[in-house]
Design a protein around this ligand. Structure first.
Ligand SMILES: [Zn+2]
Length: 468
């Protein structure tokens, strides 16, 4: 296969070779659902959606598994603060995530396992580690003996000795005693007032890291193609996943892919700097979803990206140029046959960019070059070459989920400003009639608007309108 992806484990861009020809298994660390999503969560989803779509474009059958952590310390803590059950908060937040993914057309995963629906698989994996001697029980908790996993630290490029020096004392919140500060909890003994499930070590709930190891193997098998997540998950989450899976005798992920994070205008971590203004629901009030998708997907997935109103405005301008070209060229070339050979070079350039570690900036440069060339053909009225240029531009946009025709057709939301402008025009005509004391005409306009379901409310300076 021609696709090459950066692999965190080898710290190099290397060929991506599926374990089974023709199909690919991908595991994505999904959200912990203690709050609705912000644009950082959506950037993660858009980056991995591009990988999903590019693999599909290459003819591969993709199984993509994205978990939901619906019970953990944060969910329990925040729900208790709000005075509601933890599962109510998790359900509401989980729905907000799905709505946000759908809003920007992230393809749904093949499976979306929840921690609370995976407890028996998680308990079985912990038991396997205890039986194998790499995990031990202490006071109802179960810990992994990090020192018994020789490969520990290899994924994130750290040595256990270095980690030990930086490790603080045993963290609060655990009932049992660790044998080594590096050890981490696979199972946490139940505390008063917290949800728990039965286990061989008494009632409790899973530690965060073990969940992903169990859910990945349940859906994708003991060895699978690719494990993805944000770079903030590399350590300790992914290092711990890799360690416990190796200790269980699983070959686990063949390729590790990490995407960069979204930061505020000053480069600071997004959740802190942008507050509720960065919530997806809030951002979508002022930014069309296709523009948000464009903005979040435009940077290379491995770089960190800034989020600000200016970034949104620049994306609106850039995507607006694409939409404008597609609309005008579509109208000018209706019924003209497309010579696909004319677009071949652009498509190959685009494909080469994506094959090179998902090089979206270069791929988008090819799209914009196509738009500029197309605008020149439009001006010169060269309809044959224009039709071919439009076809290849739209083919490239479709891979990016940005085709204005099929993927983002005009919606009622787009019509609202148009309707508002038209009604305002009619209201002005009525005001002109009244100013000219043509009462009959003014009343006729009002009546016809009323028949169309538009009610006028005469205010101090101008008439407002609403739907009846
Ligand atoms: Zn995970």
């Amino acid at each position: 296969m021609s696709l090459r992806l950066y692999d965190t484990a080898t710290r190099s861009v290397r060929p991506f070779e599926p374990l089974h020809p023709g199909r690919v298994g991908v595991y994505v660390c999904g959200p912990t659902v203690q709050a609705p999503p912000h644009v950082g969560h959506l950037r993660s989803a858009v980056a991995l959606d591009l990988l999903h779509r590019w693999l599909r474009e290459k003819g591969l059958a993709v199984t993509i598994v994205r978990n939901t952590t619906d019970v953990d310390d944060k969910v329990i803590h925040d729900a208790a603060h709000a005075g509601e059950p933890w599962w109510a908060l998790a359900t509401r937040s989980s729905r907000a995530f799905t709505q946000a993914y759908d809003a920007v057309q992230v393809l749904p995963p093949t499976a979306e396992p929840r921690v609370t629906g995976s407890i028996s698989e998680i308990v079985a994996l912990v038991q396997r580690l205890v039986d194998g001697g790499t995990a031990y029980e202490s006071g109802g908790d179960v810990y992994l003996s990090v020192r018994k996993v020789p490969s520990y630290g290899a994924l994130s490029g750290q040595s256990p000795d270095h980690l030990r020096a930086s490790e603080r004392a045993v963290p609060h919140g655990h009932s049992g005693q660790k044998r080594d500060p590096l050890d981490f909890a696979l199972w946490k003994a139940a505390k008063d007032g917290e949800p728990s499930w039965p286990s061989p070590w008494g009632p409790g709930r899973p530690g965060w890291h073990i969940e992903c190891s169990a859910m990945a193997v349940t859906h994708l098998g003991e060895e699978f193609d690719l494990h993805a997540g944000g770079v903030d998950l590399l350590f300790p989450h992914h290092e711990n996943e890799a360690a416990q899976s190796a200790a269980a005798g699983h070959r686990f992920a063949r390729h590790w892919l990490h995407h960069g994070l979204v930061v505020g205008p000053g480069g600071e971590k997004m959740s802190k700097s942008l507050g509720t203004g960065a919530l997806v629901a809030e951002v979508l009030r002022g930014c069309r979803p296709q523009v948000l998708r464009y903005a979040l997907g435009a940077a290379h997935y491995r770089s960190s990206m800034e989020w600000s109103d200016q970034v949104a405005a620049e994306a609106e301008a850039a995507y607006g140029r694409i939409e404008n070209f597609v609309r005008k060229a579509g109208a000018a070339t209706e019924g003209i046959e497309v010579d696909e050979s004319l677009g071949k070079a652009s498509w190959e350039e685009f494909a080469a960019a994506l094959d090179d570690d998902l090089g979206v900036p270069q791929a988008l440069a090819t799209v914009h070059a196509g738009v500029r060339a197309g605008n020149a053909l439009l001006a010169a009225d060269e309809r044959g070459p224009l039709a071919a240029t439009l076809a290849v531009v739209r083919r490239m946009l479709a891979v990016l989920a940005l085709d204005p025709v099929t993927q983002w057709p005009a919606s009622e939301r787009d019509l609202r400003p148009v309707v508002d402008a038209l009604v305002t025009l009619v209201v002005q005509a009525r005001a002109d009639a009244r100013a000219a004391r043509d009462w009959q005409r003014a009343d006729a306009i009002r009546d016809r608007l009323a028949a169309a379901g538009v009610v006028l409310e005469d205010g101090a300076d101008a008439a407002q309108w609403r739907l009846a």
